[in-house]
Design a protein around this ligand. Structure first.
Ligand SMILES: N[C@@H](CCC(=O)N[C@@H](CS)C(=O)NCC(=O)O)C(=O)O
Length: 198
């Protein structure tokens, strides 16, 4: 299978972590959302787009992670039981929501001055990031992983959000306020999948 995307996109990094953790053979191509292969595989013209072995295109990151997990191999990212699956999806929504807020902030800051929506707009999304991190910190508690006793999609979601947070808002200094999360992230960063992202 082939993953199309850019390492600047947190949703792409999320899929790369899932693929690397599962150990599936895949190629990765750095392309823009406007690339013809993306448009051929995804009518919405977005990255990440996954091209399956049979040529079918898959999107978005949530569906790609589901596919990658169901394709076989270990670790199991999405537990089969109802409560476990719902918890996974909630963690994923939390991670995606933090990334969505950071993307909104980054887009606004990059825009032309006359298009920028200003301090109150940025502060609104910053509050979502803060609240999302606080929820992650509380949910993690004293557990060895975000959900249960093993690495799952919850940890993929947590890691991809924190990688992008460090990249897009290094000035935020979130580790002081969220020491439990900081410790867990440091542990996740030692995993070969995260190291392989470069
Ligand atoms: N919810 C989607 C978000 C994907 C997304 O917004 N990707 C951005 C890059 S970070 C993109 O391709 N934007 C191009 C566009 O919307 O035209 C996912 O989880 O895959």
């Amino acid at each position: 299978m082939k993953l199309l995307g850019s390492s600047r996109s947190p949703y792409v990094q999320k899929c790369r972590i899932a693929l690397l953790e599962k150990g599936h053979a895949f190629t990765y191509e750095e392309v823009a959302p406007t690339h013809e292969e993306v448009l051929a595989g995804n009518p919405l013209g977005k990255i990440p787009t996954l091209i399956r072995e049979d040529g079918k295109g898959l999107y978005d990151s949530s569906v790609i992670v589901d596919y990658v997990d169901g394709y076989g191999g270990k670790p199991t990212l999405i537990p089969g039981d109802f409560e476990g699956r719902i918890e996974m999806r909630r963690w994923e929504a939390l991670g995606d929501g933090i990334m969505d807020s950071l993307v909104a902030i980054a887009h606004d800051k990059r825009g032309a001055p006359e298009q920028q929506r200003g301090a109150e707009y940025i502060a609104r999304f910053q509050r979502k990031v803060e609240a999302g991190l606080a929820a992650m910190e509380a949910d993690l508690g004293d557990k060895p992983f975000c959900f249960g006793a093993a690495f799952t999609l919850a940890d993929v979601a947590c890691a991809s959000a924190l990688i992008y947070l460090d990249r897009s808002m290094p000035e935020m200094n979130w580790r002081e306020k969220h020491p439990v999360l900081a410790k867990h992230f440091a542990k996740l960063q030692e995993r070969p999948s995260l190291k392989a992202l470069g």
